[in-house]
Design a protein around this ligand. Structure first.
Ligand code: 5GP
Length: 208
């Protein structure tokens, strides 16, 4: 019998306010094969954020001790704070045949491109800069000065779009989530992601 295709990382990047956390929340709820990679960060929790759920909130000392031990698949400094993805968590989930979705910036995504970890990279973007600005203002969590800074960074991040595999326009959340689900389904069906489909179909044993 043909076994399910190999699991992979689902890397989502978007400008701040691009809507990736809403997409991720829906994705985790609706796709039973996807787990979420909780990042480590040195920034302080905001609002309702909880340690171990939204992030692992750590001191700079702990962050760099982990980095020294080789605990991170990638790290990046974003808005002056450190962020990192736990390699042990990712390996453990991929080994169980589960996909791991993550919300990381363009610097982190670029670092993962240089590893052998199977992945699909998706860039999420609102329909226009004007809409991004309106969403950041409506969110009400940042000062106008901070919003202008985020928009300037967004402008820079757009330059990395060619390094991604897919682009999802987040106009309607429901459609954007469906687009991401469709990408995952297409990736699962790539011939290269299967183990040895012909041999498995024929019932032949193989070393893998
Ligand atoms: P926030 O502090 O607003 O939650 O996230 C700020 C930025 O850090 C976002 O662009 C988010 O994608 C990015 N980020 C969150 N976790 C990680 C991570 O583990 N690695 C990297 N490279 N970026 C991250």
């Amino acid at each position: 019998m043909i076994s399910p295709s190999k699991s992979f990382l689902i890397i989502l990047s978007a400008p701040s306010g691009g809507g990736k956390s809403s997409i991720l929340t829906e994705l985790i709820k609706t796709n039973p094969r996807v787990d979420y990679s909780i990042s480590y960060t040195t920034r302080a929790p905001r609002g309702e954020e909880q340690n171990g759920i939204h992030y692992h909130f750590v001191t700079e000392d702990e962050f760099f001790a982990r980095k020294e031990q080789g605990d991170f698949l990638e790290t990046a400094n974003v808005f002056g704070r450190w962020y990192g993805t736990s390699i042990s968590y990712i390996r453990s989930r991929l080994d169980l045949g589960r996909h791991v979705a993550m919300d990381i910036d363009v610097q982190g995504a670029a670092q993962i491109t240089h590893t052998d970890v199977p992945r699909v990279k998706i860039f999420i973007i609102p329909p226009s800069m004007q809409i991004l600005r309106e969403r950041l203002i409506k969110r009400g969590t940042d000062s106008m000065q901070e919003i202008e800074k985020r928009l300037r960074i967004a402008h820079e991040e757009l330059k990395d779009i060619p390094d991604y595999d897919y682009l999802v326009i987040n106009d309607d959340l429901h459609i954007a989530v469906q687009d991401v689900q469709n990408i995952i389904a297409a990736e699962e069906h790539r011939v290269s992601r299967y183990h040895s489909p012909a041999q498995e179909f024929l019932g032949e044993t193989h070393d893998d």
